[in-house]
Each structure stands twice: as structure tokens, then as C-alpha cells.
Design a protein around this ligand. Structure first.
Ligand code: NAD
Length: 267
């Protein structure tokens, strides 16, 4: 689409933390304009003006429980819940517009629905919209291919309230390493080490998790051999990176042909 035309975005899950962050990121730019802020029916925000959240400079737009027929978005960005996801995808399909989603916890049938939708509309789903993590996975794959015999260890650090370990992103990085070396990830991954009998096996991919304070998210992929090592590190210090990444994806995907795109494609 012409570079001078602002991309019109509709946000589904607009009342949520991510929805609000995406609207805020869009309002900070001149190349994107929110045309719909879609909230759950019965939400306290339904019918309220965006200015109630974003101040007087927000466009004259109100939160709605459906996208108005005349809103005419180029892209629908969905950061909601699996239970709300189907309606968002159906809306993008019905309007024939691009669909960007970061909703996690989708069922296999919902991932399949995304694939099927990509035959008619451009689709981009990612569990992690950090552009830096997308580039890190590409660099990690390249290093793993170039250094097939070097030991690989992945360290991640997150805030004290995180429930799962290792992080989904650490596991995804480990899968990149295994795939680049044509190895089976499950057979290579060592998720924890404690006590005797934990000596490193050649070709294994080890994981370590740190949980402390309010760390947003840090990942280091180390490749080591005798006498030298390489460490590739990404540090997230602000959750707004996910909103900016989703918006970046929306601006990239607007006007593209139907298909299943990834965040890596946008770099
Ligand atoms: P949140 O709980 O703050 O927001 C979820 C929103 O979905 C809420 O506003 C809720 O009202 C809305 N919703 C629920 N049911 C709905 C319905 N039927 N119709 C319309 N809206 C409905 O959560 P969040 O932190 O904003 O995260 C949203 C999603 O994004 C989660 O799945 C989360 O795991 C995911 N997430 C992804 C990334 C990424 O980089 N991909 C980053 C952060 C969060």
C-alpha cells in the first residue's frame, strides 16, 4: 500500500493489557490509525470514548463490542483469549482483511483454522512479538549450523511470578538449534540438572532458569568449545516491545497477498 496512507487497524481485546498497549503504540505513530477498539460484550469500556483511556488527543472513537460496519480496517490485531479468538478470525475472514494475532493457548483446531484462513487472507500469528527475539532465533539457527559440534546451553531469567520454566521462548530457541543441526529436540533437551550423573552429553541442549524480582525476560544462547565461546543474548526491559512488534507486523502485512506469514518474514 502507498507509504503515505496510514494503516487502519482494529484491535480485538482492546480492554486488555496488550490491547491497550497496541492502541497506545498506534496512537504514537503517524503511519497507523486505530479505527476500531473491540471489547467483550458487557465490558465496562463498551461505548466509552478512547479519550477516557488515552486522553484528549485520542481520536474521536469509542470502544465497541463489534467492529462498526463502516470502520473499514486494513488489519485486525487480536490479543485476547482462546475463547474469544474464533470470533476475531471469523471477522477478519468475513471482511477479507489481514489478521495479526498474539493470543496464546490456542487449541490445535484453532491453529489449523489460522492455516485455512491464510488461503484467503494474510495471517501472522506469533507467541512472542519481540522483534529482537525473532532476529535472535535466526542468529541462533545460523550459529548452530555453523558450529555443529559446539556445546549449546540456554539460560533464561524472568520475574518471580512466572509459573512455567523453562520459558516457551527458551524452548523455541532450543528447537531452532535442534532443527538447524537436524537433531531430535526432545531427545537432545536437558531441561534440568541436579545431583550426580548429570555430566553433559555430546549434542545435548541444556536449559537453566532464573526467577527473580521483576525481570521482564532475558535469554542467552551459549555455544562453547575448548578455549572459546559465543553468547547471543536478548534482554527485554519493557512489555511494550510486544505491542510495538505486533504493530510492526500489522504495518508490514497490510496490503500483502493471502498467506501464512511469520515475524521473521517481517525483518
Ligand atoms: P488480558 O487478560 O489483559 O486481556 C485479554 C482481553 O481479552 C481482555 O480485555 C478481555 O476482556 C478480552 N476478551 C476476553 N473474552 C473476550 C471476548 N469474548 N470478546 C472480546 N474480547 C474478549 O491479557 P493480555 O496480557 O492483554 O494478553 C492477551 C493475550 O495475548 C493472551 O493470550 C496472552 O498470553 C497473549 N500475549 C502474547 C504476547 C506475544 O508476544 N504474542 C505477549 C503478551 C501477551
Amino acid at each position: 500500500m502507498p507509504a503515505s496512507t496510514p494503516v487502519r487497524i482494529a484491535v480485538h481485546g482492546a480492554a486488555g493489557r496488550m490491547g491497550e498497549a497496541i492502541l497506545r503504540a498506534a496512537l504514537d505513530r503517524t503511519d497507523s490509525v486505530p479505527v476500531a477498539a473491540w471489547v467483550r460484550g458487557g465490558s465496562a469500556l463498551d461505548g466509552r470514548p478512547l479519550s477516557a483511556t488515552f486522553g484528549a488527543s485520542a481520536p474521536a472513537l469509542s470502544y465497541t463490542s463489534r467492529i462498526p460496519a463502516d470502520a473499514d480496517p486494513h488489519v485486525l490485531i487480536d490479543f485476547s483469549l482462546p475463547v474469544a479468538f474464533d470470533a476475531a478470525l471469523a471477522e477478519a475472514l468475513a471482511r477479507g482483511i489481514a489478521f495479526v494475532s498474539g493470543t496464546t493457548g490456542l487449541r490445535p483446531a484453532q491453529r489449523q483454522a489460522l492455516d485455512e484462513a491464510s488461503r484467503s487472507i494474510p495471517v501472522l500469528w506469533s507467541a512472542n512479538f519481540s522483534v529482537g527475539i525473532a532476529l535472535l532465533s535466526r542468529l541462533v539457527a545460523e550459529a548452530a549450523r555453523a558450529l555443529p559440534d559446539w556445546d549449546c546451553e540456554i539460560t533464561e531469567a524472568h520475574h518471580a511470578a512466572k509459573l512455567d520454566a523453562p520459558s516457551g521462548t527458551a524452548l523455541a530457541l532450543g528447537r531452532e538449534v535442534a532443527a538447524a543441526r537436524a537433531r531430535d529436540f526432545t531427545a537432545s533437551a536437558v531441561l534440568t540438572r541436579a545431583g550426580a550423573g548429570t555430566r553433559r552429553e555430546d549434542g545435548s541442549i541444556g536449559f537453566s532458569a532464573i526467577r527473580a524480582g521483576d525481570i521482564v525476560g532475558e535469554h542467552t544462547v551459549m555455544f562453547a568449545t575448548r578455549g572459546e565461546r559465543i553468547e547471543l543474548t536478548h534482554r527485554a526491559t519493557d512489555r511494550a516491545i510486544f505491542a510495538r512488534g505486533a504493530l510492526h507486523a500489522a504495518l508490514w502485512i497490510a496490503g500483502r497477498a493471502a498467506g501464512c506469514h511469520t515475524l521473521i518474514d517481517t525483518l
